[in-house]
Ligand binder design. Structure first.
Ligand code: ME8
Length: 518
């Protein structure tokens, strides 16, 4: 099927501030969004997956100044660090957008003009507490005075400063009822429900109009017709999602196909921007709203072994070097409930590598394939009649794609992984109970059937772990003789063909061995 015939799926991550080095929280967001994007591609969708960097604003400007270089040099250099991280993590993005890209300036100007034309932008003097670290205004009630007399945002604990400026203001207050109607009529717009409940009570509490331009610095997209103003960084940042879908050319193929976005993946600290400001801007501009915003939790690291072995323990590149890329990807997707916060340490990663990967999956594949190589001339076994146990296992395997798809459709990635590993648990029990190494002498035909059933499950699992661990999945699928051009989920329905030659077995998941302490 050509791309134009396939249904569209447009998924985005937040775009990171390139004001420092990426950390494990960024890696978590990219890996999880990548798994979702890969799943959809394998499931027959024409996917557009966008990530990138959010380069304007006071925070980036201050960081550039601190290093004594221009904002564009600073942002460019750090943006490359993020893009290189994406590459190192195997992120299958279709575009890495930078908010300094020329087409993004056009899109930002266009959305501004639409909001202005709708009567939602007016000049006013705005005052309030502003956090540069969060690039956010806070109401006084959302701030706390600390022991030393300084004031911080209560939620994020970042310093706030009093700001008074004549600038352009967005009539956010006019959208209160429309936003509440959106959450009520389309609860799926914002998940998990805990996040939605927080946003509903925030909006019910009353919305103040929002300052959306700045005159005190110039690192941003100029306000059309007012070169002394730059847009508030969140106006331009959120618009990246439109830019990457071809906006403002609403007649373009890309826009018609990919807008509205299917899924924005973000972390919990930026829910308000995506679930309040963004739909309000779009309603004002007369643009369709994204279908869904899914909010993941924050990762925290506990445990000293990580910091000892890999420096500060939060550098994702160091984690890849220490544990392996697919191991890191798997761990992050398996260990935490997607949508909730997670704490982890070195032992937790090692546990997953050695138990889930090396034992449950790696050993099963290696033992069954080695028996096939040694006893059956290295070709796919010929099954005899299937026993009730065989059928149970084959039925479980045949039903797995539907179960996993159901979980992926609600971004319950961890439950999808659970379903796969529970089938692996069943299969390991089946393999031990059937004891094909005993059947080799007592009933070789039965041994072939058991090995066939086992390889069918290894193949099924190989297909379904592609979104999680692309490289390792490919190795598994190579080992069971799956044609590299036939690895879409639709190809899963074609079972292994007896007699197909298989390559020599090779272990896919090495155990993690603790380095010797000198
Ligand atoms: O917020 N665990 O950029 P950012 C998990 N430029 N996720 C985390 C995390 C952690 N410990 N720390 C941060 C911005 N994140 C804006 C976004 S989008 C139009 C503009 C997540 O670099 C965070 O929640 O501060 C966000 O989704 C992403 O990393 C980028 O954060």
């Amino acid at each position: 099927m050509s791309a134009s015939d396939r249904p569209a799926f447009y998924i985005t991550t937040a775009i990171a501030y390139p004001n420092g080095a990426p950390h494990i929280g960024h890696a978590y967001e990219y890996i999880s969004a990548d798994a979702l994007a890969r799943f959809k591609r394998l499931d027959g969708f024409d996917v557009r997956f966008v990530t990138g960097t959010d380069e304007h604003g006071q925070k980036v400007q201050q960081s550039a100044r601190a290093e004594g270089i221009s904002e564009s040099e600073f942002a460019g250099r750090n943006s490359d660090v993020f893009e290189n991280l994406d590459k190192a993590l195997g992120i299958s993005y279709d575009r890495f957008i930078r908010t300094t890209d020329a087409d993004h300036q056009l899109a930002s100007t266009a959305i501004w003009e639409r909001m202005l034309a709708n009567g939602d932008i007016y000049l006013d003097t705005y005052d309030g507490w502003y956090s540069v670290r969060d690039e956010a205004f806070y109401a006084e009630a959302e701030t706390t005075v600390q022991g030393d007399g300084t004031r911080v945002s209560t939620e994020t604990q970042t310093p706030v400063e009093w700001t008074e400026e004549a600038n352009f203001t967005f009539r956010l207050s006019a959208y209160q009822d429309k936003l509440l109607a959106l959450y009520a009529e389309h609860p799926e717009f914002l998940e998990p429900a805990t996040r939605r409940n927080e946003i509903v009570s925030f909006v019910k509490g009353g919305l103040r109009d929002l300052s959306i331009s700045r005159t005190t610095f110039d690192w941003g997209v100029p306000v059309p017709g007012h070169a002394d103003h730059v847009m508030y960084v969140w106006v331009d940042a959120l618009t990246n999602y439109l830019t990457a879908a071809g906006f403002p050319d609403t007649e373009s193929e890309a826009f018609k196909k990919f807008w509205p976005a299917d899924l924005h993946i973000i972390g919990k600290d930026i829910t308000r921007f995506h679930a309040v400001y963004w739909p309000a801007f779009l309603m004002s501009a007369g643009i369709e709203l994204p279908k869904r915003v899914f909010v993941h939790g924050f990762l925290y690291i506990r445990g000293e072994k990580i910091s000892k072995s890999v420096g500060n323990g939060v550098d994702p590149i160091a984690l890849i070097e220490e544990y392996g890329l697919d191991q890191l990807r798997f761990f992050l997707l398996r260990e935490f409930s997607y949508g909730q916060d997670g704490n982890y340490n070195h032992d937790a990663i090692v546990g997953r590598i050695n138990t889930d990967l090396a034992n449950e999956l790696g050993n099963l594949a290696q033992r069954s394939l080695t028996m096939v190589a040694k006893n059956l001339g290295g070709v796919v076994p010929t099954p005899g009649e299937f026993s009730a146990e065989d059928r149970t296992m084959l039925d479980l395997a045949a039903g797995l794609l539907d179960r996993v798809r159901k979980e992926f459709d609600s971004q319950a990635i961890h439950l999808a992984v659970d379903a796969i590993w529970s089938l692996l648990g069943e299969t390991n029990r089946y393999f031990s109970a059937q004891a094909p190494w005993v059947l080799r002498k007592t009933d070789p035909a039965r041994m072939e059937t058991v090995l066939y059933v086992t390889l069918e499950i290894v193949r099924t699992v190989g297909f379904l772990v592609q979104p999680l661990m692309p490289e390792s999945a490919n190795k598994i699928l190579d080992l069971v003789g799956q044609d590299p051009d036939r690895r879409q989920f639709a190809d899963l329905a074609t079972p292994l063909v007896a007699g197909t030659p298989l390559p020599a077995p090779a272990p896919v998941f090495p155990r993690y061995v603790e380095p010797e302490t000198p």
